[in-house]
Design a protein around this ligand. Sequence first.
Ligand SMILES: O=C(O)c1ccccc1N[C@@H]1O[C@H](COP(=O)(O)O)[C@@H](O)[C@H]1O
Length: 214
Amino acid sequence: MTVQAKICGINHPDAMEAAVQGGARYIGLVFYERSPRYVPPPTAAQLARLAPTGVRVVGLFVEPDDEFLERVVTNVPLDMIQLHGEEMPARVREIRETYGIEVMKAVKVADAADLDGAAAYQDVADRLLFDAKPPKNVAALPGGNGLSFDWTLLAGRTWTKPWMLSGGLTLDNVAEAVRATGATAVDVSSGVEDRPGHKVPAKIRDFLRVTGAL
Ligand SMILES: O=C(O)c1ccccc1N[C@@H]1O[C@H](COP(=O)(O)O)[C@@H](O)[C@H]1O
């Protein structure tokens, strides 16, 4: 079975073209201003229009307030909202009900207890995303740090909702990550860049070639 891939942090038409032509099923637009991958809503709207039917456009947010969410969803055609902060289950439910857009909740994983905590999101989110817990230093982003977690923690776990794997995935480790976790969908950002925020089309194509063959 082909593993579905999401290329996150698209901020240039060349990266979008590589993702679409390479067979990405999802592309991510980052609406978090501290990220080097941040795209202002007008730019995001232009990029989103380059995604053909069948490629789902995901907006990534970190604890967004209602005013910002409203502004983005009004101007950018999103198929899914990714919540990558410390949003509580009630807030996830509220966002899903308010905007009527599918929600994927990121769960930051360092140990088994973090996965126990993911259960609360299964009733309120459409999809889960398992990412590495970020380092504690103030400069670290809530995600997109190119860090992996112990994939064996996911082995044998079952979830009532579809889920994606992320965190430090690259061309070289994605096959092993899929094997270890049983993931059927993966999400990558840093692993297809040559520096933070700068996607490399050839790396995107190579990553998608590998995931498409899994
Ligand atoms: O990509 C970002 O800049 C980002 C910022 C804030 C929260 C999440 C972010 N990205 C997500 O983080 C994971 C892991 O990314 P990486 O491949 O390890 O760089 C992924 O799900 C991105 O969607």
